[in-house]
Design a protein. Structure first.
Length: 117
């Protein structure tokens, strides 16, 4: 179980890197890249899978309030990323607020994961 959980954590971090990395790369001309949407989906899937494994982990002491807040933020990031990618594909301009919402909320989620004990 521990190895599976570690693999999920690795993939979860890759998803965060996809979101925040593209956000930083396009910060001068903000947009939402399809890989940010993919990273948001990866984060959601791996986060939900890790939450499902927590009851089976021997030394786990989950903070469900923290995990719930992170889940809500992750869903918002995914929805914003979907909207941004659809706008970009249809030729409509992606608003700066939408692009920064995707990257900024993902960064807040990383901060919650690492700072909140």
């Amino acid at each position: 179980m521990t190895i599976l959980f570690s693999i999920l954590v690795f993939l979860h971090i890759v998803g965060a890197a996809m979101i925040v990395g593209y956000w930083i790369a396009t910060i001068k001309e903000p947009t939402v890249h399809p890989r940010q949407r993919d990273g948001a989906f990866l984060q959601l899937l791996t986060g939900i899978a890790m939450m499902g494994l927590l009851p089976f982990m021997p030394d786990a002491d989950p903070n469900y309030a923290k995990l719930g807040i992170k889940l809500v933020i992750a869903v918002v990031v995914a929805v914003l990323a979907i909207v941004g990618v659809r706008k970009a594909r249809s030729g409509q301009p992606v608003s700066t607020g939408l692009a920064h919402g995707v990257g900024g909320l993902a960064l807040i989620n990383i901060a919650i994961a690492t700072i909140w004990n």
